[in-house]
Design a protein around this ligand. Sequence first.
Ligand code: PGA
Length: 231
Amino acid sequence: MIIALNNKCNLTKEEFLTYMTKLNEIQSKHTIILCPSFTNINLYSSNSIHLGAQNVSSYEEGAYTGEISAKQLKKLGVEYCIVGHSERRIYQKETNTDIKYKITHLLQENIRPILCIGESKEERESKMADKVILQELESALSDLKKEDLNKIIIAYEPIWAIGTGFIPNNDEIEEMFSIIKQKYPDNPVLYGGSVNQNNIEELKKISSIDGYLLGGLSLKINELQTFVNRL
Ligand code: PGA
């Protein structure tokens, strides 16, 4: 399984150093990917945990104040990068076109994109969830060569489940996973959105889930070992 930890906009330098030490004590047979804030990427150090980023510029390089390029990430040892997280689509107004460029630059640097897709509550209620995620997938992935497509990790994260404590029921998740896997049978698909110690036993019954993207739980360093033991 793949367990991706999205620290989001959390952990100062000192906090991160303590966090990293504790994270390195975790024993697991799973692939754990840590996606810290940009300011903490250079402080990462591990032999067992992989390094990811939370975002990348949609430009290759140049006069783009505040942006971080795929090449800069690569030089820091980044192997994975989240793209299209709903928080960026909503707050930073990232479009499907931006996301497509980001994926292109990441693949040029041989960094594996973790592409986040997911519907809003309104889209689910109006039975548009499948259309929304297929459009997000299609616009990001349609032009990729097979060998590049195979490097993509997909993360299904219903927007209304992120950070809210609510998650879809297993039938709803299975339905979305089967839609995704019919089109992209060779890509790992993660579930993300309010995954915690209380719902993991239920989520584990879904055999098509290839891993989890954890936000809030990624920060609860003392709970992570128990969590991974249960997978
Ligand atoms: P959450 O976040 O686990 O806090 O809901 C998941 C995510 O945003 O990737």
